[in-house]
Ligand binder design. Structure first.
Ligand code: MEV
Length: 453
């Protein structure tokens, strides 16, 4: 890689110029350019769509698009699209979905769907006066945003409430206008942010116009107006349940009672230990993020919110809970999910559109139910493996293909390797040794070939 220098006006270059400039830093610029171009879409029109999602685009970065079939969610069958690069995640979700499909499937409940946005401002006035005038201010804020809210109101959404929050005990003179919104089937970021920017402008006008404020009180400094990705009132609950006896032999050996006991302990550990809780919840977001990506949703917002919600009582904890009562095993995920099925990328990205079609064009609430079910399925699958045969066996089997690809294995070599590792431990070294032996049959350590390296 050659040395780099600061470049001015990179964004002004054409796509070809950008690609050429970046490629020029590699030892073999032509090969690099050809690799980058190799991932262009054949159809120029389609490529243009991808180029315009973001800025400074020089190629596409592919992720696998997989399907997790057989989810029964509130009595309806779904084959769910998942976009994820990690091996085992789609397999784990599919296995859990199948397991629960003849046990009533996943049951969901939407707890609430409202979202929050804030205008943060610094003001040196008399807060009691502003509190008294709040009904007038609210009226003006609602009036000011009539144009923006008209469509949303027609769809059953809009501004739910606006409060004045006094934060002066934490930062001198700091207040918020904290508004809640219902954005129906859209994630609503643009709608909320547009309303908030109008609120900020109207707040300034209101202070200026009102005869009740002194000259000093007529000015406030708006620091920023932005939605919050923390949506603790946009929450879905999803659960699975069965008789403990139905869990008999789930790993071939354990009784249902032994499994349920161990499973419950694993969840309790995630409830009290932050190290474990983080990994436990990561497993949930393996599924949720994959559905979010496949449907063109903002997975960063969803994750940030999920982890904040997991800390809502002052300590980071598991998003799931398990109960074992009267011979029944019940496992529940409670998670905030601000998802959209209209707007944003949902109709622009051809595959996001197709995903939503496959899911029968769900409403925002339906998609919350679906994503939560996949999150719970992935987590159930992970805990099931962890408390029985361990995670590596299944994981490394799935990972075998990645390792083989790493060594540039041919189809024949891959098939032979799959057969060979059927009953052996997969490791990078073991696959390396296997391929070396296959390609050049000389002596290779017996331990390595036996998968004990
Ligand atoms: C790996 O992506 C996810 C797990 O680590 C989750 C867990 O430990 O619960 C398997």
């Amino acid at each position: 890689m050659k040395n780099k220098e600061i470049i001015c006006g990179f964004s002004k270059l054409s796509k070809d110029q950008k690609l050429e400039y970046i490629s020029s830093h590699f030892e073999n610029p032509e090969e690099t350019a050809s690799t980058l171009k190799g991932f262009y879409h054949d159809d120029d029109e389609k490529q243009k769509i991808f180029d315009e999602f973001s800025e400074n685009t020089i190629s596409n970065f592919y992720f696998p698009y997989g399907i997790s079939p057989n989810f029964v969610i509130d009595g309806k069958i779904f084959h769910i699209p998942m976009v994820i690069e990690e091996s085992s995640v789609v397999a784990a979700a599919s296995k859990s979905a199948k397991f629960w499909s003849d046990k009533g499937g996943f049951h969901t409940e939407i707890i609430s769907t409202s979202k929050i946005g804030q205008v943060h401002f610094i003001w040196k006035g008399n807060i009691d006066k502003l509190k008294t005038l709040l009904p007038d201010l609210k009226e003006r804020l609602l009036d000011r945003t009539r144009e923006i809210t008209r469509n949303m109101n027609q769809r059953g959404g809009g501004i739910i409430d606006i409060e004045l929050v006094d934060k002066t005990s934490e930062i001198p003179d700091y207040y918020q206008l904290k508004a809640s919104f219902e954005t129906v089937d859209s994630m609503g970021a643009n709608f909320i942010n547009s309303c908030l920017e109008e609120f900020a402008a109207e707040l300034k006008d209101f202070l200026m116009d009102s005869p009740y404020f002194t000259e000093d009180e007529k000015h406030c400094e708006v620091i920023m107006s932005i939605l919050s990705n923390y949506t603790p009132d946009c929450v879905v609950k999803c659960s699975v349940e069965c008789d403990i006896d139905d869990l008999d032999g789930i790993d071939g050996e354990m009784t249902g009672e032994e499994f349920a006991w161990k499973f419950q302990k694993a969840v309790q550990i995630a409830q009290i230990d932050t190290y474990r809780a983080t990994t436990h919840n990561k497993g949930i977001f393996n599924g949720i993020d994959a559905v979010a990506l496949a449907t063109g949703n903002d997975f960063r917002a969803i994750e940030a919110c999920g982890h904040a919600y997991a800390s809502r009582n002052g300590k980071y904890t598991s998003l799931t809970d398990v109960s074992i009562e009267n011979g029944r095993f019940k496992y529940t995920l409670t998670v905030p999910l601000s998802l959209g099925t209209v707007g944003g990328l949902t109709s622009l990205h051809p595959l996001a559109k197709l995903s939503l079609e496959l899911l029968e064009n769900p409403t925002g609430r339906d998609l919350m139910r679906i994503a939560a079910a996949v999150g719970l399925a992935n987590n159930f699958g992970a805990i099931k493996s962890l408390v029985t045969k361990g995670i590596q066996k299944g994981h490394m089997k799935m990972h075998l293909l990645n390792i083989l690809n790493n060594f540039g294995a041919s189809i024949l070599e891959k098939n032979k390797a799959k057969q060979y590792f059927e009953d052996k431990k997969v490791s990078f070294n073991a696959v390396d040794a296997f391929l070396k032996n296959l390609r050049n049959p000389v002596f290779v350590s017996k331990e390595v070939l036996a998968g004990r390296s």
